[in-house]
Design a protein around this ligand. Structure first.
Ligand code: 3SL
Length: 273
């Protein structure tokens, strides 16, 4: 893949950096930082960003990431035709958590079929993924990223250079998560030959090395080494999500957070892979 010299030429003038944030402990600092010259690509490989990108691929009009359940319900009151998606403890959010309604979807990418989502706006809240996306509000660009669109994210970053590019791992609860590092490492790897003159910080190098060590069997690696992967593997109805979330580069677009708070496929990107 050759994305051209854009990232290279801009870096010589402006001192670009590429970094990875590994833990949810970084979200607070991120939200307080000046991100006006920063692109943030957010990974929740298992499963939030994979699922929202899958929904967009299936024809959903937009996905609105909500920080928590009350905020999702406020969005729903504003957009009554929108569908609610999300999980707590990996399971669909039901009435006992909302007090009023069952959510329409959980957080399995396999739920977001064209039959159910085409033309619809989704409002999503998940434990870590949507929280990480929201921590990046204020950045010059916020992208939803996963293994499924790693090459598209790398191409977008290359074609739209920012002074800083930060690959944000959503993590699991308050901890780092292996699968998000794999996703970030895959993007660093796709960018690798286009990074001359960019300062590639140790975090980005580490993520790439971890990805390269695992890439021959990403499903097995996630099922063995990721806390969330082990949990999904142990649940017969959710175990097939691992293979969907481990597939690489089968989506040819990025999801970009807009000023209205909704993630969409930008104009000009392919719509469906
Ligand atoms: O934390 C999250 O955002 C979720 O993706 C976790 S889960 O895979 O749905 O359990």
């Amino acid at each position: 893949m050759d994305g051209g010299p854009l990232l290279v030429s801009a870096s010589r003038q402006s001192g670009q950096t590429l970094d990875v944030l590994f833990t949810p402990a970084d979200f607070g600092a991120l939200a307080r930082r000046d991100l006006s010259q920063t692109t943030c690509a957010v990974f929740d490989v298992l499963r939030a960003t994979t699922s929202l990108l899958t929904a967009l691929a299936a024809g959903a009009k937009a996905v609105i990431p909500a920080a928590d359940i009350p905020e999702a319900l406020v969005w729903k009151a504003r957009l009554p035709h929108a569908l609610l998606a999300g999980e707590r403890d990996g399971r669909r959010i039901l009435r006992h958590l909302t007090g009023t309604v069952d959510f329409d979807f959980g957080n399995s990418p396999r739920e977001f079929t064209a039959e159910r989502v085409v033309g619809r706006t989704l409002i999503a809240t998940t434990t870590n993924g949507t929280r990480a996306l929201r921590a990046c509000v204020g950045a010059r660009a916020v992208l939803a990223a996963s293994l499924r669109n790693a090459a598209a994210v790398a191409d977008w970053i290359s074609a739209n250079p920012s002074k800083e590019c930060v690959l944000v791992c959503s993590g699991t609860y308050e901890d780092s998560s292996y699968e998000d590092v794999l996703g970030a490492g895959a993007v660093v790897d796709r960018l690798w030959d286009r990074l001359h003159g960019v300062e590639v910080l140790d975090g980005a190098r580490m993520a790439r090395l971890i990805y390269l060590a695992a890439r021959s069997d990403l499903v097995g690696a996630m099922a063995d080494h990721a806390r969330n992967g082990r949990r999904l593997r142990s649940l017969p109805d959710l175990a097939p999500d691992l293979a969907v979330c481990a597939s690489e580069d089968d989506l040819c677009f990025v999801g970009r957070l807009g000023p209205d708070g909704a993630i969409r496929i930008p104009d000009g990107e392919c719509a469906v892979s």
